[in-house]
Design a binder for this molecule. Structure first.
Ligand code: ADP
Ligand code: MG
Length: 289
């Protein structure tokens, strides 16, 4: 039987927008000694804006945006929404594409009347044997690279902002004695490092595929004996949520799959709610025991 105190804890948490899937997680979260964050949409707002358009290979800027947006219309990633929004603002007509496929953490592939279209990170082009200028790898911002019919066609540069609540999340966790914090991201290492520096998080890994994130979590949990809570916005995060001791999904932006895989759901997209969840867990434990 479940001690009555747990129901009080779950109720108190739910009134604060923190949904525990069971009383066992209220207990589990009190044992957490490391918190691992996803970046995009978790520590950042996840609202990108297209800042620059750099066409190549004879395309105009509008043509590059049109191809990118045509492929991105098949995705609900924050990057995809930004590209679509920009094309709409510029009143650019999108060419027809078919058989659009999204590869989690990489980008999209679609067929067009002009050949195969690739839209995403440089690694997507590399995997499809499409050459691109080496220097785009050193751009310290989020970029969306485009290739058409086996040829590099340019890139769009986007910007996203840290959430105002992200610093508070770090401070409140430190306040609870949880100093083992880490960021795992599919975005570029240099960019992830910049954010980690701004937030005072000393450990970070970038350029990760969804399966690399799972491997990192498993390593922390086995080699360092850390009891890890992973917090993600949900996009591409279901496997990591499942692998971590406690999986926490942001409900607002999160996908149904992530909400399914998570143990705790934060209804507001505030990472500082994690510290609040731990505090409620600790208080409940004190009452129950
Ligand atoms: P994070 O780990 O920071 O939350 P994601 O796993 O969502 O980031 O995505 C990792 C990277 O994969 C992005 O930074 C982007 O370069 C690329 N990517 C993923 N989905 C898309 C998409 N729909 N369009 C373009 N690029 C994408
Ligand atoms: Mg994400």
């Amino acid at each position: 039987s479940i001690p009555l105190g747990y129901f009080g804890g779950i109720g108190a948490a739910s009134r604060r927008g923190i949904l525990f899937k069971g009383s066992n997680y209220l207990d589990a979260i009190t044992h957490i000694d490391a918190v691992v964050f996803d970046k995009t949409g978790t520590l950042t707002c996840g609202v990108f804006r297209v800042q620059e358009v750099h066409p190549s290979g004879g395309l105009t800027a509008d043509e590059l945006v049109a191809w990118a947006a045509a492929a991105e219309s098949g995705s609900n990633h924050p990057i995809a929404r930004a590209v679509g929004e920009y094309a709409k603002q510029q009143a650019i007509t999108l060419p027809a594409v078919r058989n659009t496929e999204e590869r989690a953490g990489l980008g999209l592939r679609a067929m067009t009347g002009r050949g195969e279209l690739l839209v995403g990170k440089a690694a997507l082009l590399a995997q499809n044997q499409v050459a691109y200028p080496e220097d785009i790898l050193h751009i310290p911002d989020t970029i969306v690279v485009v290739a058409l019919d086996g040829r590099y066609a340019g890139y769009l540069l986007l910007a996203d902002e840290p959430k105002p609540d992200a610093s508070r999340a770090v401070a409140t966790l430190h306040g609870l004695g949880i100093r083992n914090l880490c960021i795992l991201s599919g975005d570029k290492s240099a960019l992830v490092g910049k954010l980690a520096g701004q937030l005072g998080i000393s450990r970070y890994f970038g350029d990760l595929m969804p399966e690399d994130k799972v491997r990192h979590i498993e390593e922390f949990q086995t080699e360092e004996h850390a009891r890890v809570a992973f917090v993600g916005d949900g996009l591409n995060d279901a496997p990591v949520l499942a692998a971590s001791k406690v999986g926490i999904a942001m409900g607002g932006l999160g996908s149904d799959v992530a909400i399914e895989a998570a143990d705790i759901i934060l209804q507001t997209d505030q990472p500082s709610k994690i510290a609040e969840a731990i505090r409620i867990g600790r208080r409940t434990r004190a009452v129950v025991w």
